[in-house]
Design a protein around this ligand. Structure first.
Ligand code: AMP
Length: 113
């Protein structure tokens, strides 16, 4: 997998406003926030999109979901938040390193755009 903006953030080659980190994942503020709280949670493992994740990644993907909920709680939006994974260009994916958007702090419309 080629280097991406997010692998450079993991490697500290470009700066980010990091809110959480452990051995498996990194969470930082989205540079173009769409809500008062808008974080991106990424695995350190370079998976380019959800559909290229493999059976071996099952535990990691579950870990990320649980971690997203924990981080939302710590951000004060634990009762109302939205998680988004854009998969592929048609869905709006622009960075090809798997990421979960964590959004909250305002009312969320449905259906999403
Ligand atoms: P997606 O469109 O789902 O691939 O989401 C990519 C997200 O990365 C967008 O919401 C961008 O605003 C965000 N983004 C791009 N560059 C950076 C950066 N250097 N630091 C933080 N967020 C970024």
């Amino acid at each position: 997998m080629t280097e991406t903006l997010f692998s450079k953030i993991i490697d500290r080659e470009i700066p980010a406003d990091i809110v959480y980190e452990d051995d498996q994942c990194l969470c930082f503020k989205d540079v173009n926030p769409q809500a008062p709280v808008h974080y991106l949670l990424i695995p350190k493992k370079p998976i380019d999109r959800l559909t290229t994740a493999e059976a071996d990644d099952q535990e990691l993907l579950g870990y990320l979901l649980l971690k997203a909920a924990e981080i939302a709680g710590q951000a004060g939006i634990g009762d109302a938040f939205r998680l988004i994974v854009n998969n592929g260009p048609g869905a709006g994916q622009t960075v090809y390193h798997l990421h979960i958007h964590i959004l909250g702090g305002r009312a969320m419309g449905w259906p999403p755009g």
